[in-house]
Design a protein. Structure first.
Length: 161
């Protein structure tokens, strides 16, 4: 799998926008917005494009706040392994709309639907919501759901390539 981006819009009330995946990788899970980087794209370009395609929201690359770099590893499906750059965006244009791939909804940061998200999310998402920048590895077990191991560290700076 190609490396990916994940973008979480945050509105002026401090709510976070998640999308319920309607098809493909991670179907039925609530998640941020993003996907695979395309040839010739930077990670920021990918995040802006995926946000627009999945929600209709428009943002500029320089409006993205890099908050994480995660290495997602799947024991049973190594072809799914990928690095994911994680961004917040607080400045954007438009209103979120449902697309063929995602159904967006706003959530209070204190009431995220962790039981319907990827299992590791309940560990690292609270860290970024507390203002920490993080780097680490999320290793999934043979069922591609259970977190076999997770090693997340706070970092002062994330190297963006």
């Amino acid at each position: 799998m190609r490396d990916t981006t994940l973008c979480f819009p945050i509105n002026s009330e401090g709510h976070i926008l998640l999308g319920r995946k309607k098809r493909g990788f991670g179907v039925t899970k609530w998640n941020g917005f993003g996907g695979k980087i395309e040839a010739g794209e930077t990670f920021r370009q990918c995040a802006v494009r995926e946000l627009r395609e999945e929600t209709g929201l428009q943002a500029n690359e320089n409006e993205l706040e890099l908050v994480g770099l995660l290495d997602f590893q799947f024991t049973a499906q190594p072809e799914w392994n990928h690095l994911g750059y994680v961004y917040f965006v607080r400045t954007y244009r438009g209103e979120p709309k449902e697309t063929e791939e995602m159904k967006p909804a706003w959530f209070s940061m204190h009431n995220l639907p962790y039981d319907e998200m990827w299992k590791g999310d309940r560990i690292w998402i609270p860290m970024i919501l507390q203002g920490k920048k993080i780097q680490g590895i999320v290793l999934f077990a043979d069922d591609n759901e259970t977190v076999q191991d997770i090693q997340i560290q706070e970092t002062k700076q994330i190297q963006e390539v």
